[in-house]
Design a protein around this ligand. Structure first.
Ligand SMILES: O=C(CO)[C@H](O)[C@H](O)COP(=O)(O)O
Length: 238
């Protein structure tokens, strides 16, 4: 535990992301505890008169954004967004991410991919040399979930990844379902030396809807540590 605390660092990263926001922007709002700080800060700006239109990446974020007084829209009305700000479970020096710890990876990837820029906000504990210490979430169709899980293990093994994959459960022991009504498989395969190869293999696996490897999507990562907020990738003025 550091002096500021993890939550304080998340807040600092969220504050730094405000520098990327301009009046009139169409914004994607991420999901999770770090993104929640950003939504709260953005809500305060909106109440001061900043005009924005926002697309939430989950029902939880939608509810928070509504409470904060942010104006919401959809990708159907605005298929292209200016900016998405979201958290991550892990990131590396090439701005590759693991996301989906909160189970929102599908909408998060759709919204981020529809955005000109994706700014990731994180405390420094999320920074890794090699992705994979955090079990990779993979969203699958609930029908035949155990078969999909076996296929995921098999394609992982083909590229040298071995470990345990498990269908995510709630704290009550019932199957966890995403906002879209799908299941999540958490893949604890350890270090993923070639995330591109694993992403490609998962993309081609029957039953897989989407996975939490975000490659070539993030344009910046704002990393908060005791020594301040470091910007990896593009700065606000880019
Ligand atoms: O991908 C996510 C949700 O699906 C989150 O961004 C990720 O889990 C990080 O969460 P937190 O900011 O609470 O650490």
């Amino acid at each position: 535990m550091n002096a500021i605390g993890t939550d304080g660092l998340k807040r600092q990263a969220a504050e730094a992301a405000l520098a990327f926001v301009r009046p009139g922007m169409r914004l994607g709002l991420g999901t999770g505890s770090t993104a929640a700080h950003f939504v709260e800060l953005l809500g305060a700006k909106a109440r001061e008169g900043l005009e924005l239109l926002c697309v939430p990446t989950s029902e939880a974020t939608r509810a928070q954004a509504e409470r904060c007084g942010l104006k919401l829209t959809t990708l159907d009305d605005y298929p292209e967004l200016d900016l998405t700000v979201d958290g991550a479970d892990e990131f590396d020096e090439r701005l590759r991410l693991i996301k989906g710890g909160g189970g929102a990876l599908l909408r998060e990837k759709i919204v981020a991919s529809a955005s000109k820029r994706m700014v990731v906000i994180a405390d420094a504990s999320k920074r890794v040399a090699t992705l994979g210490a955090f079990a990779l979430p993979v969203e699958i169709v609930p029908f035949g979930a155990r078969s999909a899980l076996r296929r995921i293990e098999a394609v992982a093994q083909e590229i040298g990844l071995v470990g345990k994959a498990a269908i995510r459960l709630t704290s009550q022991g019932t199957p966890f379902l995403t906002d879209g009504g799908n299941s999540i498989v958490d893949c604890a395969f350890g270090a993923i030396p070639d995330p591109e190869a694993f992403a490609q293999a998962l993309d081609a696996t029957v039953g897989v809807i989407e996975h939490g490897l975000f490659i070539g999507i993030a344009s910046s990562v704002l990393v908060a540590s005791e020594s301040g907020v470091e910007t990896l990738g593009e700065s606000p003025s880019a």
